[in-house]
Design a protein around this ligand. Structure first.
Ligand code: PLP
Length: 444
């Protein structure tokens, strides 16, 4: 215990710094004239307190184990596999968290972040959310903006507030898998509506509304996930008119909008009285931040607020504070612009490697929709690419309801560590395309 206490005192006093290597157990035992076993137990106690870490074969170092080792659930790569199966921002483009935490630690009143806040978020955080939503073309007063713990939580709060089990929710016929999971959880029935290169088709929406009487539309008009399409301005107007005529509530998921500099106006602008707009920060700033802002119609703010209360009381004020600071000081814009530039560069590489097969995806999207030539199907192609060391997501994962999936796959371009790794993955995809289409298992 004395050994661990001495280490703690030396770290606090600046005599030991993170990364310093400590003496071996034997050397320290000899120096102090104590048994090796005592040193081993002293180091173990220090490790338990998070003061030091042992690295097999290398020794004992000051500082806890790097967070990444535990936190990389989605970044963890099976050895040798390039994982393009998830839609993640490019690693390495991220704000300076350590700097932000140091600055925050010096701010007066920082302890207030440990107090309960209003369910919709602290006033400053809601104002930053309104400023962030404005980047997405949404005109919202801070009182209409609610802070949620990520876009997925924003979707949960909106549907939990407004829908009831059994309600039908219309969506593009390929949709974000998180919406499928949510529909399962809340017992909502998802129905896909046909889309094409310009996004959701208003005529198909009109048919679906006439047939089903659905009251909700969940959609991703700007860089649709997974197809990467952007809904045209004319269609947005047509869909807003349909929504008014049928009293349809629109849940507009704008997770990827920051990637497009000149996107048409959001539904939140065209039909603000019935649109719930979600401006996430996961793709533009960092996925681990877990902050998203909902702009709700004024009449529904209280309902969504109650839903936040029922699901998490409030989004974590500490991360909301960091997000708000980065939005206010320009960090968020800089990181988003860097992601946008890298996405455009990666799209250009993909177009060189795969040509017209990826033409439908917006040239700044961070994911890529690949229409497969004969004889490939999504799942067999994904399996064949995986066997060659590249993980991608087949279209089946995105099919809404029981609709059929097209023969296509999605590639998350952010998953490659750097551009050379992406080029290697694209070469594998191109070579796989040239193959025979994958064998079916023998079935009698
Ligand atoms: C369209 C869409 N909505 C929501 C999310 C989830 O975002 P968050 O990490 O903020 O929950 C994603 C993540 O991939 C997404 O693509």
């Amino acid at each position: 215990m004395a050994l661990a206490d001495a280490l703690a005192a030396d770290i606090a006093g600046g005599r030991l710094a993170a990364g310093d290597r400590l003496p071996t157990h034997r050397a320290l035992a000899d120096a102090l004239g104590i048994a090796i076993g005592t040193v081993t137990r002293g180091y173990a106690e220090a490790e338990r307190r998070g003061l030091v870490r042992g690295e097999v074969g290398r020794g004992t170092f000051v500082g806890p184990a790097p967070l990444g080792a535990a936190a990389a659930a989605h970044g963890e790569r099976a050895s040798g596999v390039i994982d393009l199966s998830l839609n993640v921002p490019v690693a390495g483009i991220a704000p300076d968290l350590a700097g932000a935490l140091r600055a925050l630690a010096k701010r007066a009143g920082v302890d207030d972040l440990l107090r309960y806040q209003p369910h919709a978020g602290a006033t400053r955080h809601r104002a930053a959310g309104a400023a962030w939503a404005a980047r997405y073309g949404v005109e919202a007063a801070p009182e209409q903006v609610l802070v949620c713990a990520g876009a997925q939580h924003a979707m949960l709060t909106i549907f939990a507030a407004r829908a009831k089990p059994g309600d039908r929710v219309l969506t593009e016929d390929l949709t974000y898998p998180g919406m499928k999971a949510l529909a399962g959880l809340l017992h909502l029935s998802l129905e896909g509506v046909a889309m094409d290169a310009e996004g959701l088709r208003p005529d198909a929406l009109a048919d679906a509304l006439a047939r089903s009487g659905a009251r909700f539309l969940y959609c991703m008009p700007t860089i649709h996930n997974p197809t990467g399409t952007v809904l045209t301005a004319a269609r947005r107007r047509a869909i807003s008119a349909l929504a008014r005529a049928h009293d349809l509530t629109i849940i507009e998921d704008d997770a990827h909008r920051f990637l497009v500099s000149d996107a048409p106006p959001p539904f939140a602008r065209l039909a603000p009285e019935r649109t719930y707009h979600i401006a996430g920060t996961s793709k533009a700033i960092a996925g681990g931040l877990r902050v998203a802002f909902v702009t709700a119609p004024r009449h529904a703010v209280e309902q969504v607020e109650r839903s936040i209360w029922a699901t998490t009381w409030m989004a974590a004020p500490l991360t909301a504070e960091i997000a708000a600071t980065w939005i206010e000081d320009g960090t968020a814009d800089r990181v988003a612009a860097a992601q946008r530039r890298e996405a455009a560069a990666r799209q250009a590489l993909a177009r060189t490697a795969l040509g017209d097969l990826v033409a439908g995806t917006h040239p700044q999207a961070l994911h890529l929709w690949l229409e497969l030539p004969e004889p490939w199907r999504g799942e067999t192609f994904a399996r064949a690419a995986r066997e060659r060391g590249v993980a991608i997501a087949p279209a089946e994962v995105f099919a809404a309801g029981r609709g059929a999936a097209p023969h296509a796959v999605r590639l998350g371009l952010g998953g490659a560590r750097d551009r050379p790794e992406l080029e290697r993955a694209l070469a594998v995809v191109r070579d796989t395309l040239a193959g025979h289409g994958g064998a079916s298992p023998a079935v009698l």
